[in-house]
Design a protein around this ligand. Structure first.
Ligand SMILES: NC(=O)c1ccc[n+]([C@@H]2O[C@H](COP(=O)([O-])OP(=O)(O)OC[C@H]3O[C@@H](n4cnc5c(N)ncnc54)[C@H](OP(=O)(O)O)[C@@H]3O)[C@@H](O)[C@H]2O)c1
Length: 165
């Protein structure tokens, strides 16, 4: 049904669109985000809002949630899909700070966004979806920080599970 190669953002957007969901989509690149939004409309979403934002930035995460709620008046579900990786060996790093964006995007992005979204999700009894990875539990030398970011996410959301029902 779908074109052969889709990113997770496209797949998630189009799958939800065919089921009639209204969508607020986020990514950093305006143009490609707009294209995904247009295609999601063609697949049947009644309303798609494209919100360019960088989830590693806490203010962007706040704005993302606020713009979504201002637009739709509610928030039913939060899907934390944005993620980045690197194939670099930890021991070969010349600048250790090059790894920081991985943790900032993969771990702090969902955590920030969840913080701002939680009051609305409680109201709607909505769900949070989080993209982990097999590397969280099968780490390799080239995925040390990526694996840590994904395992950290799992522990974080497991710990929320006790209070968030
Ligand atoms: N592909 C796999 O085999 C695989 C396996 C296990 C888990 N995952 C996880 O699944 C998720 C999606 O993976 P994918 O393969 O679809 O990756 P992808 O094709 O590289 O897409 C990543 C998406 O995240 C967005 N993004 C990246 N950094 C962002 C940021 N700081 N703020 C906002 N948006 C950002 C990108 O758009 P912009 O660049 O425009 O921001 C893009 O839409 C990730 O969390 C990844 O770790 C993927």
């Amino acid at each position: 049904m779908w074109p052969a190669k889709l990113s997770s953002l496209q797949h998630l957007a189009y799958e939800h669109a065919t089921r009639g969901a209204c969508l607020a989509l986020c990514a950093r690149r305006h143009k490609s985000l707009g294209q995904v939004a247009d295609t999601a409309c063609q697949y049947g979403s009644p309303k798609v809002v494209a919100i360019p934002a960088d989830v590693s930035n806490v203010d962007d995460c706040k704005r993302l949630v606020e713009e979504t709620v201002n637009h739709f008046g509610r928030l039913d579900h939060l899907v934390n899909n944005a993620g980045i990786s690197t194939g670099a060996m930890f021991e070969e790093a010349t600048d250790i700070t090059n790894f920081r964006p991985i943790m900032e995007t993969n771990f702090w992005g969902p955590v920030y966004t969840t913080h701002f979204a939680l009051p609305y999700l409680r109201r709607s009894k909505g769900k949070i979806v989080v993209m982990s990875s097999p590397e969280a539990w099968l780490p390799t030398p080239r995925t040390a920080v990526y694996s840590a970011s994904k395992l950290g996410l799992e522990i974080f959301y497991d710990s929320l599970g006790g209070t968030y029902t």
